[in-house]
Design a protein around this ligand. Structure first.
Ligand code: PLP
Length: 501
């Protein structure tokens, strides 16, 4: 029987059983505990570590679910040969383990949603709109009008579910732009989609619960789910949406509390789900009684001649979809405004979670946004945004098409804010990132977005055109080409000369 030496830290938020399963998992991965060895009995290990038996039981269950160990009835827990381990496993990695892989300080920052930039940086990493296109005048007028009209009331506490007239405007907005019919009672205003995800996590998740996400996915959502002590199971995504076969297997295996998806211009892959895929997803949710969380923050920016695919919520007849929408990408992120459409039976729980988080989102901003809709500014604004983004999209697309000769590949998203580029053989995304950073160009290497198995995935990058202008796109794409050539030549597969430099 193995004699394991493990340190647990009671002062950090990661639950003890996760710390324990992660430590034992590391010892197994590093070969310090070998295949076929027997793990200490539950009571003995609990005694040695000064924890409850339940902590050890849960840790062993976790390791078993992740394919590290196997229980043999009446005998105990034995270490499995890792080569036999299934590849689609729940991520049991703690932040500490991830740091081993995210070895570069700036990649670590990026994976936490932060980016360090100087004034010269060409920023293809950020999906934040360029502030020079924000509708300042129109919004200023709405703010002033609210202050004249509502006086001190604009600075009072707002109802926790949100300013009623704004919720009414949002019902019309949803009807027109997303084909969703909803009553204002089921709209919950939140301070951005990030808070929306957070209060959904607070409402539905307990430590040890499972959450399924697309793999790759939005890192901000993963951090929320992990902060609730949830285990993340990634399911691959293909050109028509999430892989429904793998999804069903993982639902049966892990019995998740929720499935988090971005069905339109998914980040980072830019995929929009087909209607068949959406319907398949709804069927699985009904069959297994699991909530679907649809983060629709990136929809609304599709370019001419391209009909956006429907949202999941618009097809949801069983009230199983929790829909999140933000005005950060379409209007201004600093407003910190978004909303949730809640299934009927969850609305009071979500309201409680919102109240305990920050009581309410800013009443002044909600009132101004309501006027902004009432005065009909939205239609003009969104058309203006689409024109600007389309121009940038087409500029980046042109350069990307030129780079195809080096073996890059991508699907044209026809909207949204990003491209998702598969790199030529021999060019690793992390190395390409480091080459570009030397020239002050920021791109996002794919491993940031993978919830598991990311060691095998280092051949894609996400490029966003949201925060850059046309000149920067041109200059940044030159750097990208130069860096790809450099890495291709290093990989010695071929020698390339750059016509663009
Ligand atoms: C898919 C997705 N969801 C949510 C968010 C958070 O946005 P918000 O500013 O609305 O909190 C982001 C931000 O980049 C995002 O990309």
């Amino acid at each position: 029987m193995v004699n394991v030496s493990i340190q647990l830290n009671k002062d950090i938020t990661t639950p003890m059983y996760l710390q324990l399963s992660s430590s034992i998992g590391n010892l197994i991965k590093s070969g310090k505990i070998k295949p076929k060895e027997k793990l200490p009995p539950i009571r003995k290990l609990a005694n040695d570590l000064g924890v409850n038996n339940v902590t050890v039981v849960n840790a062993y269950k976790q390791l078993e679910a992740n394919g590290y160990i196997k229980a043999i009835k009446g005998s105990g827990y034995y270490v499995l040969n890792l080569e036999d381990k299934p590849t689609e496993k729940a991520s049991s990695m703690t932040n500490l383990e991830e740091d081993e892989f995210l070895e570069h300080e700036d990649i670590k920052l990026m994976s936490n949603g932060q980016i360090e930039i100087s004034s010269n940086t060409i920023n293809f990493a950020s999906t934040t709109p360029d502030p020079s296109i924000f509708p300042i005048e129109a919004f200023k007028n709405c703010l002033n009008e609210v202050l004249d009209r509502d006086k001190g009331y604009a600075f009072g506490y707002q109802e926790s579910n949100g300013f009623e007239p704004l919720r009414e405007s949002l019902c019309s907005f949803l009807e027109v732009y997303t084909n969703i019919t909803v009553k204002k009672e089921y709209i919950q205003i939140v301070s951005g989609a990030q808070q929306g995800i957070d209060i959904i996590g607070k409402t539905l998740l307990n430590p040890g619960d499972y959450v399924i996400t697309e793999n790759p996915t939005y890192t901000g959502a993963v951090s929320v789910f992990k902060s609730r002590g949830a285990q993340i199971v990634g399911v691959p995504i293909n050109e028509s949406g999430i892989d429904l076969k793998v999804l069903e297997r993982q639902i049966i295996r892990y019995n998740p509390k929720l499935i988090y998806v971005m069905t339109r211009f998914q980040s980072p892959t830019t995929i929009s789900y087909s209607k068949e895929n959406l319907q398949g997803l709804l069927k699985l949710s009904e069959k297994y009684g699991v909530y679907l969380v649809e983060d629709d923050s990136l929809a609304g920016l599709s370019f001419e001649n391209f009909d956006e695919s429907p949202s999941l919520k618009s097809l949801d007849t069983k009230d199983k979809v929790i829909y999140i929408k933000s005005f950060s990408k379409l209007l201004m992120p600093g407003l910190r405004i978004g909303f949730i459409i809640s299934p009927e039976n969850l609305s009071s729980e979500l309201l409680k979670a919102k109240h305990s988080t920050d009581i309410s989102s800013s009443g002044l901003i909600q009132r101004a946004l309501h006027l902004y809709f009432e005065k009909g500014h939205w239609e003009d604004h969104i058309n203006y945004m689409k024109d600007i983004y389309k121009e940038k999209y087409e500029a980046m697309l042109k350069y990307l098409n030129e780079l195809k000769k080096y073996g890059i590949n991508f699907t044209e998203p026809k909207g949204g804010l990003n491209f998702w580029i598969t790199l030529p053989q021999g060019v690793e995304a992390t190395k390409l990132y480091l080459e570009c950073v030397k020239e002050d160009v920021l791109i996002v290497p794919c491993k940031i977005f993978y919830v598991n198995n990311y060691r095998n995935n280092d051949n894609t990058i996400r490029l966003s055109y949201a925060a850059t202008n046309l000149e920067e796109i041109k200059a940044g794409m030159k750097v990208l080409e130069y860096s790809i050539i450099k890495l291709l030549n290093k990989s010695k597969s071929r020698t390339y000369m750059s016509p663009m430099i």
